[in-house]
Design a protein around this ligand. Structure first.
Ligand code: SF4
Ligand code: SF4
Length: 444
């Protein structure tokens, strides 16, 4: 083989080029794609993006940076996969292409340092994420937050960060942060032993949801273990082209969770769960990890699945409420968990679940997509909020931290905070079962 043919063969394997051949250009995926629907251009559709990768694999596009904008503007929601008649693995194509672009990209020294810090030191470290959680508490309680908001400083922050500053949940005090026990026994008869995956952002910003998750699991009959040495799932890395680092994190989690013999590895974040159920695909080219990854995937469950397996949550008699459910794309399209959250909500007494139109359409959150592609994300969010408004509900229930924050942002943008709130499914179940007070749930 000539050197240029060898180079092209290596690029094809790096790009997952073979997977692009499954695309027959039918276009069935176009109406399912939020970025095609809002932007209306072929390069921002699944078919268009697949074609760009294909052309790069065939040497028709020499400079991979041409692919950067169309792929950056993809939400990675994977709705296209669910309607594709030939089973194109779009997610795998997207992640490989993003990694190939990132490998060839020249970052400035500060950019490189920032990426290294975030991807290698901060997200994978529970200690660092704890520090961030504690810093948020100090910021909130010391009066700095009040001062910054009053002074108008927030409005001057770049990249609309001032808008995002308003939406995180109240920070958990450092003393309470330490209270996620290594072992929580089942209440009554034990049905399962589960290991709780605590995540990175979930652990720093949504510790309360993690605590409630452990309590609810124990309540329905699970012994709950919080495994030491677990780390970030690697989703943020994979979505930003740091595929090698996400493989490292997957291996660390596989090893950490293999130390305990459990029935299930439970997560409460749609995005993390979607990453974890694909560890076998992620490590498919490393035979020594294949079996261990497969075992890990078999045990991985969203918390709603385990709660349903254990018989669900018995809600108390509480005031009537109309709620709608914002489906996490990753939970729906990748984990294929669709019915369990709905059945948990429907089981609650006095809760009227109203499904919104276009329920499977992405809300535009997609990790940090809403920060780096603000305008595109807000256009998608505005469509979502129109569907939410039509339900005339007072609570939006979600199953993913990104969706939760995006829904809170949507409520802010629509100035509906006096009558609508957004909560995680776990908070809602805890509230309706009397585990926590509704008053604890701050309105968005
Ligand atoms: S639906 Fe599948 S085969 Fe058809 S254009 Fe889209 S990705 Fe290609
Ligand atoms: S992942 Fe979502 S945004 Fe990206 S091409 Fe598929 S449907 Fe469109």
């Amino acid at each position: 083989m000539k050197p240029e043919e060898q180079q092209l063969a290596a690029l094809r394997s790096e790009l997952n080029y073979d997977k692009t051949n499954k695309c027959v250009q039918c276009g069935y995926c176009l109406p399912a794609c939020p970025t095609y629907l809002t932007m209306g251009v072929e390069t921002h559709s699944p078919r268009g993006r697949i074609n760009l990768v294909k052309m790069a694999g065939e040497g028709k596009i020499k400079d991979l940076s041409v692919l950067e904008e169309p792929l950056d503007l993809c939400l990675g929601c994977r709705a296209c996969e669910t309607v594709c008649p030939t089973g194109v693995e779009y997610g795998a194509i997207l992640e490989s292409a993003r990694a190939a672009i990132t490998r060839r990209k020249t970052f400035t020294v500060p950019q490189k340092a920032m990426r290294n810090l975030l991807f290698k030191k901060v997200f994978p470290s529970r200690k660092a994420m704890n520090l961030i959680g504690n810093a948020m508490w100090v910021y909130e309680k010391s009066g700095v937050q009040k001062l910054a908001r009053k002074s108008g400083l927030m409005k001057k922050l770049p990249a609309h960060l001032g808008e995002f500053e308003k939406i995180p949940p109240p920070a958990v005090a450092p003393a309470q942060r330490a209270s996620l026990p290594a072992f929580t026994p089942a209440k009554g008869e034990r049905k399962y032993t589960v290991a709780m995956f605590v995540g990175c952002v979930m652990d720093a910003m949504f510790r309360r949801i993690n605590q409630l998750s452990v309590q609810l699991l124990a309540e329905v009959g699970c012994d709950v273990i919080v495994v030491e040495n677990q780390t970030c799932c690697g989703a943020l890395h994979a979505h930003t082209g740091e595929l090698d680092e996400s493989k490292n994190l997957a291996k660390k989690n596989i090893l950490a969770f293999a130390r305990n013999d459990v029935d299930f590895i439970v997560n409460n974040a749609g995005g993390c769960g979607a990453m974890m159920v694909e560890y076998d695909h992620l490590l498919a080219d490393e035979p020594e990890w294949a079996e261990r990854a497969e075992q890990f995937v078999k045990k991985t469950k969203d918390i709603s699945q385990v709660l349903v397996l254990c018989g669900g949550i018995q809600g108390e008699k509480r005031s009537a409420e109309r709620v709608t459910y914002q489906r996490s794309c990753h939970m729906t399209n990748v984990q294929k968990v669709t019915e369990e959250p709905v059945s948990l909500l429907k089981n609650l007494s006095n809760v009227d679940l109203i499904e919104m139109n276009n329920a499977n359409m992405c809300c535009g959150s997609a990790g940090i997509y809403n920060i780096v592609n603000y305008d595109a994300s807000m256009e998608i969010l505005d469509h979502k909020m129109k569907d939410v408004k039509e339900t005339e509900t007072t609570t939006i229930v979600t199953t993913n931290p990104g969706c939760l924050l995006q829904m809170k942002l949507g409520i802010e943008r629509e100035k509906m905070g006096d009558r609508v709130r957004a909560v995680h499914l776990i908070e809602y179940l805890a509230e309706r079962s009397g585990m926590i007070n509704a008053a604890d749930q701050s309105l968005s």
